[in-house]
Design a protein around this ligand. Structure first.
Ligand code: HEC
Ligand code: HEC
Length: 302
């Protein structure tokens, strides 16, 4: 705020408070020709309804004066007059920073203790997972859904099928450093017909029926253009984050139209790294939480 605006605001605020003071004095003053207090003004309605000239109630006046005094004290203590920071030097920014610091000293030891433990073991600790559930809700649910079930473009974390791998280390790496998937747009190279053929082939990979002619043409082209990333059998490549195309779990959708769009226009999913934002200890706990979400693995263990 430059000094012009600072003064502009200061003058308006002070003038308003003074105006309130003046207004209340002015209205309370008796006027020449006015009926004396507690006498009627001489106006009569409906034959017997007459108007008295009563002063404003004491309590009301006091409230008014008190609020004027309150606002003056407030403006001395807290920022409100342009650039003047107030005697207490309070600011929303420092208040937030102090609160964060207090929370950090309170919770950091808790997360540090969790970080000592193995992810696989931590994943079975109910209390730890309840804390992790809240962390997930605050930091991950916007993209992956409150239950981790995902949304179009945001992979499900519950289906035990992974773009980058489901080992504790791979999950932790995904969360710490983020992941950037890149599927190049191939509409230009393949042409409308090529996209159609390959899309139909991919569509058929998980056992759905599709016209043989298109599937056969698509199979050959898939080997040529796609196998390098998605593997010859379409099961994907975790080093690249290239999804398995042979199951019912799709990141971007498994309809013929969605598959066509993936091939024609490409895809580039971005998982933001959380190291800087949350710190390693919290990420460790979240990795255990994500690890615990895969229902399938849990039933495998039982
Ligand atoms: C801004 C949206 C966004 C947020 C927030 C986000 N993610 Fe992700 N996440 C993604 C996307 C998109 C991918 C897939 C990246 C790709 O396509 O390569 C992903 C991938 C992942 C993966 C790898 C999945 C696999 O199949 O290998 C894990 C694990 C993960 N996220 C966990 C988390 C956790 C835990 C949080 C919270 C701390 C989180 N994500 C926050 C968007 C997000
Ligand atoms: C350079 C490596 C690469 C090549 C070549 C490639 N892909 Fe991909 N593909 C990927 C990656 C990585 C993703 C995931 C993108 C993301 O996470 O945003 C992907 C995503 C997809 C998806 C979306 C899957 C889903 O779950 O929604 C489809 C479908 C697909 N690819 C099909 C193909 C086909 C068909 C070809 C050949 C024409 C092909 N890809 C070529 C790397 C590749």
């Amino acid at each position: 705020m430059n000094s012009f605006w600072s003064w502009y605001i200061t003058i308006i605020v002070v003038a308003n408070i003074l105006a309130c003071w003046w207004l209340i004095r002015w209205t309370a003053k008796p006027r020449p020709g006015e009926a004396a207090q507690d006498e009627t003004t001489g106006h009569v309605w409906d034959e017997n309804l007459s108007e008295y000239n009563k002063p404003m109630p004491r309590w009301w006046l006091w409230m008014f004066y008190i609020s004027i005094v309150f606002s003056l004290i407030y403006l001395i203590l807290y920022p409100g007059l342009g650039r003047y920071p107030g005697v207490l030097n309070w600011s929303a920014e420092t208040a937030y920073a102090t609160e964060r610091e207090q929370a950090e000293t309170r919770y950091a030891p808790l997360f540090a203790a969790y970080a000592e433990r193995e992810i696989t073991e931590l994943a079975t600790d109910r209390e730890a997972m309840q804390t992790a559930h809240r962390l997930f809700g605050n930091n991950c649910a916007v993209c992956h859904g409150a239950d981790g079930g995902g949304a179009p473009g945001f992979p499900s974390l519950t289906n035990n099928e992974w773009l980058y791998g489901g080992s504790p280390e791979a999950i932790k790496h995904s969360i710490m450093h983020g992941r950037q998937g890149f599927m190049p747009p191939m509409g230009g190279v393949l042409g409308e017909r090529g996209v159609d053929e390959i899309a139909t082939y991919v569509y058929s990979l998980n056992g759905r029926s599709a016209p043989d002619r298109l599937v056969n043409a698509g199979r050959a082209k898939f080997q040529q253009h796609c196998a390098v990333c998605h593997a010859a059998d379409g099961t994907g490549n975790k080093a690249l984050g290239a999804p398995n195309l042979t199951t019912e779990n799709w990141v971007y959708g498994g309809s013929l139209e969605a598959i066509r769009a993936s091939i024609r226009d490409g895809r580039s999913g971005d998982m933001p790294g959380q190291q800087a934002l949350l710190g390693e200890d919290r990420v460790h706990l979240l990795a255990a939480y994500v690890y615990s979400l895969s229902a399938e693995r849990d039933t495998e263990q039982e």
